[in-house]
Design a protein around this ligand. Structure first.
Ligand SMILES: [Zn+2]
Length: 221
């Protein structure tokens, strides 16, 4: 039993630089890998994303004189958290975690590839106008519901889930298949924003039980 043709598992940024010891480590980020591997087995349709920045990207603190990582800066499109250099195109840090095992993933969306614009979201860049093309792809594939997992809960996963909703998809966060950075209350704020937008929450156990019972529907919230 798998989740149906209208469902897609969206695996956000399971990349080396976001793992413990990586350039922009998410605490316990590696713990999502086995959870996602299990979940992927019950989804016929899986899409992956990779944060994929050119060297000197605008989201890097090193690109701004006198700035330190985790400060914010005002860029032409708005406020931007400045990060340590991470996920530079075609570097080992940008590679997917070696233990991520999703051979049937159909599409890899690379985001943040415009030098001057960040993209937490898999759908819409941080200027909030430039599309990645994912919404159109999912629509053409007949997808109606997106299950969001990966790193980090309060940035790229949350923004992707919010933009999935804004694009007209149902969106579900799989809590234990995500880990957070939690910078200045960002995790609490993310959950508030997600709830307000109608994004549902579930767990991998509930999803797997739904698949096993041939009744793959879900969360209560
Ligand atoms: Zn990035």
């Amino acid at each position: 039993m798998t989740y149906g043709a209208q469902d897609c598992l969206l695996v956000i940024d399971v990349q080396n630089d976001f793992m413990p010891g990586g350039a922009l480590a998410v605490p316990h980020g590696d713990e999502v890998v086995p959870v996602i591997n299990r979940l992927a087995q019950v989804f016929g349709h899986v899409v992956l994303t990779q944060d994929w920045h050119p060297a000197g990207h605008a989201s890097f603190a090193t690109s701004h004189a006198g700035a330190a990582p985790f400060q914010t800066a005002t860029l032409p499109y708005g406020e931007q958290v400045l990060w340590p250099d991470h996920c530079v195109q075609d570097t080992p840090g940008a590679a997917l975690h070696a233990d991520l095992h999703v051979p049937h993933a159909r599409l890899v969306i690379r985001k943040g590839h415009h030098a001057g614009v960040d993209s937490y979201s898999a759908f819409l860049e941080a200027d909030r106008t430039t599309k990645t093309g994912l919404a159109g792809y999912l629509r053409e594939q007949g997808v109606a519901r997106v299950f969001c997992v990966g790193l980090a809960t309060d940035y790229c996963v949350a923004w992707s889930a919010l933009d999935a909703r804004a694009a007209g998809f149902e969106a579900v966060m799989v809590e234990d298949a995500c880990r957070a950075i939690d910078l200045n209350g960002s995790l609490d704020k993310a959950w508030q924003d997600l709830a307000a937008a109608g994004v549902r929450r579930t767990t991998s156990d509930a999803l797997l039980a739904g698949a096993a019972s041939h009744n793959p529907w879900l969360p209560e919230s």
